[in-house]
Write a protein of this length. Structure first.
Length: 174
């Protein structure tokens, strides 16, 4: 067993919803073994109010939550990332900075809850849906035996987690 703390960066274009939810989830469930961060390629400058409302309603951490550029994590002196996950399709297609330390990367695309239309309740449900998918994927990630996997196997496993849609019955069938 290692005492290493793994740094994980979640990237989304605006860094206002999905990546913020993922950062908070990982910091809650990571039990000190993992430290979550989030950033955006074109940050909106503010965290979506529904994201903050959802996290607070679930007693998940929101302190320090802010919309920020991924440039903060590519410059000298930034925490070195062990994993970098894109959580939106647009960010996955963008040319990312060169991350110091060559982290394991994967795409965990999730529909953007901030783009949801409808009543406030329907829009909040979109945030809950994104949260549920992220929570499931993060729990699967945290259960991986990191110390016993070589880089290629680890990359395959985190990529496979990103292909899970979030419906347990549907995922078991595939």
């Amino acid at each position: 067993m290692t005492d290493k703390t793994y740094n994980v960066l979640f990237i989304c274009t605006g860094n206002s919803a999905r990546s913020i939810l993922a950062e908070s989830l990982l910091n809650r469930y990571g039990n000190g073994r993992f430290r979550g961060y989030s950033a955006g390629s074109f940050p909106k400058g503010a965290v979506h109010p529904y994201a903050l409302e959802l996290l607070r309603s679930l007693a998940l951490p929101t302190e320090g939550a802010r919309s920020k550029s991924w440039d903060e994590f590519a410059r000298p002196g930034a925490p070195e990332m062990d994993f970098v996950f894109t959580v939106c399709d647009q960010a996955a297609g963008e040319i990312c900075p060169l991350w110091p330390g060559q982290p394991v990367t994967a795409h965990w695309g999730i529909p953007d809850p901030a783009a949801a239309d409808g009543s406030p309740a329907e829009r909040m449900n979109a945030f809950r849906d994104a949260f549920g998918i992220l929570e499931r994927r993060i729990k699967l990630f945290l259960a991986l035996p990191l110390a016993s996997l070589d880089r290629i196997s680890l990359t395959r496993k985190v990529e496979a987690i990103g292909r899970l849609r979030g419906d347990a019955a549907e995922d078991q069938a595939s």
